[in-house]
Ligand binder design. Sequence first.
Ligand code: SF4
Length: 171
Amino acid sequence: MNQKPHKTSQLIMVWLLPLVVIGGIFVPVLGYLVFGMMVFFLVLSYFRGRFWCANYCPRGSFLDLVLSRFSLKRKIPRFLLRPLFRWAFVACFMIFFVFQIASAEKTVAGIGFVFVRMCLITTVIAVVLGIPIHQRTWCAFCPMGTLQGALGRLGPGSRKPPAPAGASRDS
Ligand code: SF4
C-alpha cells in the first residue's frame, strides 16, 4: 500500500514523544514540555482548529510515522466518534488529571512527573488501540483533540465561507 509522504514537521516533532515518555521517567521536569505544548496548541486551535493534530503533535506524528506500519487500519468504531462519548471521556480525563495533581508531591519534579505519567498512559492506550484498529483510533476521542476541535469552532476559522464540496474540515 502506498504511504502518504511524511510531513517534515512530523519528522521533527515525533522525537518529543520518546523524550517525554522515556526521558521524563529519569528527568521528570521534561513533563513541562507537555504543559507548554498544551498551552500552545490550545491557543493555536482557536485560530486553526486541529491543525496541531495533523501537523505537529508528537504523538499524532508517532501514530502516523511509526504505528501506521503495524496497524491493521480498520474502521474506527462509530461510538468512539460520538460527541457524548468524547465529552464524557474529557470529563473523566480531567477528573483523573486533577486527582493526579492533588496527590502528587508538590515539587517541580513531582508535578512534572504527573505530565510524564499522563503522557505515558495515554500513549500506551493509543498503541494498544492503534494496532488492532487504526493508528489514529486514540485521536478519535483524545481529550486534547476534542478541546481543540471545540475551540476551533469558536474561533475566526469557523466563520470562513463554507469549503468547496469534497474538502474536509478540521473538527
Ligand atoms: S488528537 Fe490528541 S494525540 Fe491525536 S494528534 Fe491531536 S492532540 Fe495529538
